[in-house]
Design a protein. Structure first.
Length: 94
């Protein structure tokens, strides 16, 4: 069951996020493979992500485009690369 549908998983992530904030630690959500999961984790207060949704394995020549997309998702006003959904568009994939 995906986190956006699993209340217990949501509570665990919320508690971990709160603990990390109190300890001044940064969190990285791993295994983020879809927009809905990304959006849900972001709503829970996580701002660093790893997984196929935000960056598939790729050659170095594609890194700049991917980095621009990631910055656009986390800071929409910085690049103008926002999709029609108002949040993310699609991540670039080689």
């Amino acid at each position: 069951m995906a986190i956006e549908q699993d209340r217990r998983a949501q509570q665990i992530v919320s508690l971990i996020t709160e603990l990390a904030a109190r300890l001044n630690l940064e969190l990285v959500a791993e295994g983020v493979e879809s927009g809905p999961v990304f959006n849900h984790l972001r709503a829970l207060g996580i701002d660093r992500f790893q997984g196929y949704y935000v960056g598939r394995p790729q050659p170095g020549s594609s890194l700049r485009q991917t980095t621009l997309w990631q910055r656009a998702v986390l800071n929409p006003s910085s690049t103008g690369l926002i999709g029609e959904d108002g949040l993310s568009g699609s991540p670039p994939h080689p």
